[in-house]
Write a protein that binds this ligand. Structure first.
Ligand SMILES: *Cc1c(COP(=O)(O)O)cnc(C)c1O
Length: 365
């Protein structure tokens, strides 16, 4: 059996370091925020080449608190991709604002900057691009549109730890960048975790206050905040995993290179990588009009695959009240019908990819 992703193998590779890090926190007697979270925040900010990082409970909270820190709420609109994981939209609706979808460029799956301006209204407050599957969205035109229209840019980088846009790592292009450390992400904790990074220290201070009951000073509450603190045990685990992130990204790149070369004549639509991005291959997503048949064939061969994502947000019951027609966003809808994520992860052996997965996909009978 070739699993889609083997999280246990990731733990086993780092077991001595992770066990020691967890034990260090347990022994310290300090279980909320404190030195371990602060050390991770400093290391994550340095890795992303940004001034500030704030550790949070998960990626959805990172997006939600980023919106709250920018005082985006009821009556406001935020431009989001029609093609994304639903958390991007949920953050916008959870602060009472309205997600306004914009279609992707079908080649990159990321928001198409040339369609953004038509979606801007007097209520628009921010643009929220997602770096889907680990490939940066085309940020320069997005930042340019934001500047011309007086909008903020919040990036959903939950799938793109370490990815670079035009030679510079993600983390500080937009006003605020949101991260998830969900176990399956490229930098994954052993439970939930999240963060924001930003070069704006006032924004970072606001998120930091919001995550801790709206309090900067104990028992003094400025705003109705929430409890969304990064757990120090998870921070300690993330510090171990951050040390190997670049190495593990290189392994993902080696796997992607084998897929790209091995499947180039397969008839599948392969990921398109513009020359100005360095993706980190959170997922390796192919497209096929015969997606169900291919997935069934791979199930037979005991090769795990997943679909990211089968139902676009505008077609979910959760957003029935926005009243979108299923056909409102045909590119997002078509991608949802055709995408298939192949096995990808740092513990997947390149020889398995080359000698088992690729030949199985190419097998034609
Ligand atoms: C994982 C993910 C999130 C949410 O992160 P959680 O930590 O699971 O809350 C948000 N956006 C995208 C694109 C994601 O992949």
């Amino acid at each position: 059996m070739i699993p889609f992703l083997d999280l246990g193998a990731a733990y086993r590779e780092l077991k001595p370091q992770i066990d020691a890090a967890v034990a260090r926190v347990l022994e310290s007697g300090w279980y909320i925020l404190g030195p371990e979270v602060e050390a991770f925040e400093a290391e994550w900010a340095a890795y992303c080449d940004t001034k500030c990082a704030v550790g949070l409970a998960n990626g959805l909270d990172a997006l939600t608190l980023a919106l709250r820190a920018l005082e985006i709420g009821p009556g406001d609109e935020v431009i989001v991709p029609s093609n994304t994981y639903i958390a991007t939209w949920l953050a916008v609706s959870s602060v009472g604002a309205t997600p306004v979808p914009v279609e992707p460029d079908a080649a990159t799956h990321n928001i198409d900057p040339s369609l953004i301006e038509a979606a801007i209204t007097p209520r628009t407050r921010a643009l929220l691009p997602v770096h889907l599957y680990g490939q940066p969205a085309d940020l320069d035109p997005i930042l340019d549109i934001a500047q011309r229209h007086g909008l903020r840019v919040i990036e959903d980088a939950a799938q793109a730890h370490g990815a670079a846009y035009k030679g510079r790592r993600l983390g500080g292009h937009g006003d605020i960048v949101c991260w998830s450390f969900y176990p399956g992400k490229n930098l994954g904790a052993l439970g939930d975790g999240g963060a924001i990074t930003t070069n704006d220290s006032d924004l970072a201070a606001r998120v930091s206050m919001l995550r801790n009951y709206g309090s900067r000073e104990k028992y003094v509450n400025e705003v109705p905040g929430v409890n969304s603190r990064l757990d120090p045990v998870q921070a300690a685990v993330l510090r171990v995993k951050l040390k190997v992130l670049d190495d593990w990204t290189e392994r993902r790149r080696a796997i992607a290179a084998i897929y790209l070369e091995g499947l180039k004549d397969s008839g599948l639509i392969l990921p398109h990588v513009p020359e100005w991005v360095a993706p980190v291959w959170h997922l390796f997503v192919v497209r096929s009009t015969a997606r169900e048949e291919l997935q069934a064939q791979l199930v037979q061969a005991e090769i795990g695959t997943l679909i990211h994502y089968p139902i676009p947000p505008h077609m979910q019951d959760a957003y029935a009240d926005l009243g979108f027609d299923a056909e409102a966003f045909p590119i997002a809808r078509r991608l949802a019908q055709e995408v298939l994520s192949l096995p990808m992860g740092p513990q997947l052996d390149t020889s398995v990819v080359k000698n088992q997965i690729v030949p199985e996909i190419l097998r034609n009978d």
